[in-house]
Design a binder for this molecule. Sequence first.
Ligand code: SF4
Ligand code: SF4
Length: 348
Amino acid sequence: MIFSSLVDYIYKDCFSYKFRDKVETLKNNRDNFIKFYRRFLYKEIKNPLLRYFITRHYLDYVEIEIFSFCNRQCWFCPNSFIDRHSQNIFMKEETYLKILKDLKSIGFKGGITYSRYNEPTADKIFLTRLKQAREMLPEAILFTHSNGDYITKEYIDELADAGLNLIRLQCYLNKNEKFDLENVVIPKMEKNAQRIGLPYKVRTKTKTCYEVEFEHPKLSIIWEANDFEHSIGVNRGETIEGMPDYERKKPCLSPFRRMYIDYEGSVMPCCQVRHDVESHKNMIMGNVEKESLFEIFTGKKFADLRKHLACFGPKKHPCTTCTATEANCVFEPHIKQYIPNLKKEFIK
Ligand code: SF4
Ligand code: SF4
């Protein structure tokens, strides 16, 4: 229903006459329609309605950094050399509400997450921001990662009442600790479980990952420990040394469907890059304090980056050695929405 009414809307009000025949023939064929308009992912769009439509169709994940502070300086994070702990700079409330307003206008039902390079639970303004998002976007999935340092049973209940759907807590090892399941990881996790006083079951237990799930009536709670040295560690846009050697040749789909918004409004195309790393400045796609989400998502910088990342072959910095896969798996079933032929370069 939504699909055909949008097509009707575009047909009547948006496109000039030269598009009308094409839209007419595509009207009842969703696959063809997708093929028709995915080309707009690779060019700057100036038509406001087309901007809106493309953003609505493709954007399914937004990460928002509501303030800058993190209490840790983990070795595998750029916070180990960029100061995010001596002060806390908050995203302006008007900026946050502007983001939500843009998302509301496209009926956003995707994921909103709050963990960039801050620790979102460190300040209880997080509860206010969750409530605002829940009120404006009742169908969005609100979730966050957290280092777990501030988590108590009471705080878990407050987060659930504010509208959070899922929290993934990280059980980090101290600098000199190794990922030793029986002697280090499991005892740490048992202490965490005592702290929040909830029953749990083990979901994953491998050589590099231990993950448990707690029982709570309103909130999904996962607490996980990972061996960043030997498994999922990513070099964070080529800023962290000591990660496995790798040359990225496969595509990356993060810029096709995701936006990551730093506390001062910069929009980044993936979680690996950030406005306050000098060598990542070229990955700033725009700023939500000055532009709408639609202008940025359909702007030239996003379009050019997608052209580069849609193809197999060597990638430019900061993607040259990036191992990130969580946002970017090229084998997801719906991937043909974005890339017509994965075996050859198709963008000239
Ligand atoms: S990995 Fe997370 S907890 Fe550690 S410094 Fe970075 S943002 Fe903070
Ligand atoms: S390849 Fe890595 S650094 Fe580049 S856009 Fe994708 S996730 Fe980000």
